[in-house]
Design a protein. Structure first.
Length: 131
């Protein structure tokens, strides 16, 4: 949800979600070991359990300065792997830092596949502004 917030959608972020590769997860776990709360594990995505939709990924959970960070890799929703291309990423500049964020249309397509109507309702009004 922080990605949505940084791209202008009025949503209160609860945590930071990162998408990476499995090797990226291993690198994050090794470099930020002191902040790791839950080591890398393959599991069902908790968000989709309430809708009965199977989605699997490798997850790594960290906490830095009280902020929960969940890094994931190899995400599959309904056995469909989510692929991210370079044009799916928007660089959002905050001061001197550029933060890579998954584009609103790409986020929307993932929630559409996951049938997360709550998030779809929030994002839908902003889709036309992205084109």
């Amino acid at each position: 949800s922080i990605s949505l917030s940084l791209q202008g959608i009025p949503i209160e972020p609860k945590d930071i979600d990162l998408a990476t590769t499995k090797n990226g997860l291993i690198l994050i776990e090794n470099k930020l070991n002191e902040f790791v709360k839950v080591k890398i594990e393959k599991r069902l995505s908790k968000i989709n359990l309430k809708w009965g939709i199977k989605s699997y990924a490798y997850f790594l959970t960290l906490e830095i300065n009280g902020i929960k960070i969940e890094a994931m890799a190899c995400l599959k929703i309904k056995n469909v792997p989510l692929k991210f291309e370079k044009n799916d990423i928007n660089l959002i500049k905050i001061g001197e830092i550029e933060i890579p964020c998954l584009s609103i249309p790409k986020i929307y397509s993932a929630y559409l596949l996951a049938e997360n109507e709550e998030k779809l309702r929030i994002i839908r009004p902003y889709l036309n502004k992205c084109k």
